[in-house]
Design a protein around this ligand. Structure first.
Ligand code: F0G
Length: 457
């Protein structure tokens, strides 16, 4: 059989609310042309993020009922710890309420002002937490990873020569750790190869610097290795994931992605000293060390979810269903980032809206037009998220890529939902010159995309 089906059937459904184009035009205007400011009930198909938006399984819901809500030493924590350690393999497993809490705790514990944190491409909250600790987040993805038109099996790879130069220049004193994000979300959901992780490990060993993973989408990365890297075709996703983590000294994870969680995160680390320091801070801001800001029931759902995500039938469907969206859009002539990522398809905003200069925010304008046209919510990862303005001259520096991400929640939408999305985008592409540009009305200094407002130009 050629057809790859959803390896689950639907037991509970959540109705969608239809809106008209006129309603949506008014709603997005009232939201300051910022899709983050829309009410979710006004969105038909929500591809803003794949984070915390997945559907839980019957086993996860059963786990919810099993949750042990004891303040200290809950049974649910030990299940969680065993599930995470069984895959990650590090000494200490510290629960947190989500990925950015892990980032903040780790950065506050081990990053000093003036430090440099090299990585492939840091996610936006990771970058913000590193910068908040007074350090520099340095993106060293390979050149291919910066070019949306280049096809490469592992576009998330870190440039090993650049990493070596960075460590030689900054020195061990100023680099508390190297952080590799799998898959590379900001670079297009692109995987990192095992060979690249091994290369980074060898360099980190030479300089005596720990190597950490941002493991939000580790299972998708493992499956790409199975599909694309010679020698891994016969290995299970679990074996590959274990090998990936075995090359690291620790990991941070948003468990809202590849653990099928609606909430949750973890820090998994070998260093006793770092774990002590992180746990002290955890108690100050998140909660006791056996729940880290989560309910016992959340820990149960995550323990089940992190195991389920490595199911090969699921990962086969996941990667194939994302590629289905991308391939159909490409066939309709829509400019995309190539190759198709694991959790998302990325439209090339600059090419889609070639009539809009960078200052008119082509990717963001496309995301607004997409909502107006068919009620689909997507997220710009480009000029608004990463553009920076020179305080003295007022001139803008735009990022290398101005993308619009269609992030696909896990096990949530069916193929006909995706056919609708493809059709809507293909139609919009036909009429692309009608898409109006936008400019900032209000631009917050930190993480501007969440709350900025805009007006049409
Ligand atoms: N790291 C990566 C690679 C991420 O993609 C995210 C979140 C985080 C860390 C932070 O985790 O949201 O649990 O605090 N990404 C979401 C997204 C928000 O839409 O890509 P969090």
């Amino acid at each position: 059989m050629r057809t790859i089906i959803e390896p689950f059937r639907i037991k509970v459904v959540e109705p969608l609310r239809m809106t008209t184009r006129e309603e949506r035009a008014e709603l997005i205007k009232r939201a300051g042309y910022n899709p983050f400011r829309l009410k979710a009930e006004h969105v038909l198909i929500d591809l803003l993020t794949d984070s915390g938006t997945g559907a839980m399984s019957t086993h996860q819901w059963a786990g919810i009922m099993e949750g042990d809500e004891s303040y200290a030493g809950a049974r649910s924590f030990y299940r969680f710890e065993a599930a995470v350690r069984g895959i990650f393999g590090h000494t200490h497993v510290i629960p947190t309420h989500q990925g950015r809490a892990s980032e903040r705790l780790l950065c506050r514990a081990v990053v000093k002002p003036g430090d440099v944190i090299p990585g492939n491409t840091h996610f936006d909250t990771t970058r913000a937490n590193i910068e908040d600790a007074g350090a520099e987040a340095r993106d060293l993805v390979i050149d291919e990873g910066r070019d949306p038109d280049v096809d490469h099996p592992f576009k998330g790879n870190i440039d090993l020569a650049a990493l070596e130069r960075c460590l030689a220049e900054a020195g061990r004193e100023r680099v508390p750790f190297v952080l590799i994000t799998v898959t590379n979300n900001s670079g297009g959901g692109q995987p990192v190869s095992m060979a690249n992780l091994k290369g980074a490990r060898a360099i980190c060993d030479r300089f005596g610097v720990p190597l950490l993973l941002d493991a939000a989408r580790f299972a998708e990365n493992a499956y790409f290795i199975k599909l694309r890297e010679p020698g891994y075709g016969d290995r299970t996703p679990r074996e590959i994931a274990r090998e990936m983590f075995g090359l690291s000294d620790g990991a941070m994870m948003s468990m809202k992605k590849d653990a099928f969680g609606n909430i949750g995160g973890v820090i998994s680390i070998n260093s006793d000293e770092w774990a002590d320091s992180i746990r002290t801070r955890l108690i100050l801001t998140e909660g006791f060390i056996t729940y880290g800001g989560l309910a016992g029931r959340d820990l149960e759902a995550l323990a089940v979810g992190i195991d389920e995500i490595l199911d090969e039938e699921y990962l086969k469907y996941r990667i194939a269903s994302t590629a289905y969206v991308g391939n159909n859009l490409a066939a309709a002539g829509v400019p995309l980032l190539k190759p198709i990522g694991g959790h998302a398809v990325y439209l090339n905003g600059r090419k889609f809206c070639a009539h809009l200069p960078d200052a008119k925010l082509p990717g963001w304008s496309l995301s607004v037009a997409l909502y107006e046209h068919v009620g689909v919510r997507a997220c710009e990862i480009g000029n608004v998220m990463f553009g920076t303005q020179d305080q003295k001259t007022g001139s803008w520096k735009w990022p290398a890529l101005d993308l619009v991400r269609l992030a696909i929640p896990r096990r949530t939408y069916t193929q006909s939902h995706m056919d609708y999305v493809v059709e809507g985008i293909a139609e919009l592409h036909q009429r692309r010159t009608e898409i109006r540009g936008l400019r900032f009305v209000h631009r917050p200094a930190v993480l501007p995309h969440f709350t900025a407002t805009f007006e049409q130009v």
